[in-house]
Design a protein around this ligand. Sequence first.
Ligand code: HSE
Length: 402
Amino acid sequence: MAKVAVLGYGTVGSGVVEVLDTNAREVACSAGEAVELKYILDLRDFPGDKHEAQVVHDIDIILNDPEVDVICETMGGLEPAFTFEKKALEKGKSVCTSNKELVAAHGPELVELARKNGVSYLFEASVGGGIPVLRSINDSLKHEKIDAITGILNGTTNYILTKMDKEGASFEDVLKVAQEKGYAERNPEADVEGYDACRKIAILASLMSGGHVAYEDIYTEGITKINSADFAYARSLNMAIKLLGMCKKTSTGFFTMVAPFLIPMENPLANVNGVFNAIDVHGNMLGDVMFYGKGAGKNATASAVVADVVDILKHKGKHIPVNMKAEKAVLTAKDNAVRQFFVRVSESEKDKLTDVFGPEIDIVKSPEVQGEVAVVTDLISEKDFEEKLNKLDSVKGYLRLF
Ligand code: HSE
């Protein structure tokens, strides 16, 4: 019988307990032994809760109990989660977590600490909620040279963009509804400014590179500047607008970015709607493989945490290797990345568009948008585009093309 402790009895933590209860037989079957929840760490008491008796307030009770094999950290945030995880690994306990903030900041050193102590550090739930993408990269695709990962990694922003597109609603109105429905936080900054997607692509990029891609080094744009005119043009172009996190292997290093992109409708990523996430992984031999599913939510995220518990118990007494080291991965500068861009300007500046982008440039119009025009540029570098953009006086918005 294996014993586990859950740190943090919030949404994800209580979901982990629910999965362990509801799927006890399946969990035991796959882990090779029954799994007992021995402790729940939380500041609060939970009178009347089925697991009331397991609630403790002192981490040392858990750390000093030799019976505890696995710790599920579902508290979120950097501290005290970081300290608790380090102490657990040093005590020879395996740790699994949904804490993307902590994994993005300190994942490589926690993996290394687990290795030194002969235990495991897994974090499937930190990216794509219930989607088993990290285990696939770390296991099923280990023989591949992965050269690109592109994902819709944030459910909240994908819900907002989908509603803006399908219902013609403004960003502010959709955000308000999303907050009322509990899809968006009261402080939505981490989602709408792209910070959450940035943490997730940092974790994926670290696994892809085998080094550490620090989230601070990833160029990140959110979705707050997108409006209904952008969607009108997108429809004319038969494209969707999605917030993408990407990492590409280039000859000089790894290129990473988070930004909203126009995506042709024939690309499956363009058809990922609502709170769903999708991650396209490209391997040199395999080609594209896409992972799709619920990127957030209590049960889906908790299921991924329990998948890690099972994996750890299947490998009891061994360290599960994770391709992530503390040395910083070599990143390439954003300036050199080449792509097409979409730019909107006032109708009065139409002639200047051809001066700036060349006489061959196609002017795009949307019957739904008055008083302005747009262009889709040829392939140009980010740096060139920025310089050209500065020559225009009435830019109303721009997007990158995927
Ligand atoms: N706010 C996140 C999202 C939660 O919307 O995807 C899951 O990480």
